[in-house]
Design a protein around this ligand. Sequence first.
Ligand code: HEM
Ligand SMILES: *[C@@H]1O[C@H](CO)[C@@H](O)[C@H](O)[C@H]1NC(C)=O
Length: 397
Amino acid sequence: MRASFLLAVVCTAGFTTAFPGMDKTMSEIQARQGGSGPSTALLGDLVHLSDRQLTRTGREIKAILRGTGNPQDLISHASYFLGTPPLGSWLCNIDTCCVWKHIADEMAPALTGTAGRCNDLARALIRLAFHDAGTWDIHSDGTGADGSIALTDECDRTPENRGLGTACDQVRTWHAKYASHGVSMADVIQFAAQVATVVCPLGPRIRFFAGRKDVAVAGPRGLLPGPFDDADRIIDMFANKTISADGVVALLGAHSASQQHSIDVDRAGDPQDSTPGVWDTEYFSETLDDDAPARVFKFQSDLNIANDPRTHATWRSYADPSAQSSWNKAYAAEYIRVSLLGVPELNSMTECSRALPPSRGSFDAPDQSQLDRFMQGLLDTATDLLFNGDVIPADLQ
Ligand code: HEM
Ligand SMILES: *[C@@H]1O[C@H](CO)[C@@H](O)[C@H](O)[C@H]1NC(C)=O
């Protein structure tokens, strides 16, 4: 493992949020509502290593998995004195994170549209990374976040991976371009998801740890959830992946940015809340709201979790704009866990959070009245523009 070397500014993570006063800790939320609380089980080699044996990064990951560490890094940045050193230069080669900065610079512009919203590729990459990691559970000997979704024909599996083909092709292209600089497919997939998340307006800047190894063997079937699963099955399936019921609620918030294609093909493009491409709390409130705009398409599985007595209170606690920072923090912690499922060696990973693009803490839609018309079902012509995160022109009919 190469040391992480920084040419200019080093900002380490460790700051809770930009607005510490607004932040409710997980334990407070848990105490208030009596939910399951965040996930806390250890993973990989952290299960058996003693604290003495841990590297600094190993300790950080352990704290995040325990629910005490900070899962976001809202401030660090890769600030190189004379710009990012060229790929392959010795300066870049001695800094493990330099190649990730190059990759982020290539990914980020491909993931947003002219309206500033994140686009269809961004959402598919987030889903792809969940599906690469999600083929692991405590009873399977399969590996999870191992790149296998793109290294085998796993991506072509139906029905669970339907619609992920373009995202798979894209990570293959990125991996082919950067593999000679030491990056694994598994890391490219997880990094792409975290870049995609942070470029969605209001999205969390989730700390990124590199060092996953590739396994070109398809994961077992039957370990990914389906859109008609009931709450028992979903909660049980995620529990087998060390994810608590409250953790499921936080993670499902990824549907805040999404637009379904395949559950109902006649309604392809219908978003899961009225602000597609924006990582806001509307999804939690509108899923509970019987009067949500006509084009809000609710997954049965989401409704099942939103209304289940074990998860309803946590769901409601996120259904308000003031919960943005507590939800982002919970999502980030649970997502880091997802991104490490089945990864055997966590103690030797390297943190490269500073290579991520900056987070975008506020957003004003430049086309709100047209977006409102679309959501009411009065502007079907805007479907492709929304897929691309592009501005809906004021004169579009
Ligand atoms: C009960 C658990 C879940 C179920 C049943 C589920 C199911 C689905 C389905 C059916 C779609 C629509 C795919 C399409 O038609 O295009 C979808 C989209 C999506 N899901 Fe989930 N999901 C679950 C959990 C998650 C989690 C944990 C994440 C992320 C960590 C996630 C991220 C996404 C994203 C970003 C999309 C949008 C994909 C796109 O627009 O191409 N989902 N999900
Ligand atoms: C979770 O694991 C248990 C075994 O402990 C198994 O019986 C159950 O089917 C698993 N649930 C799901 C949904 O995979």
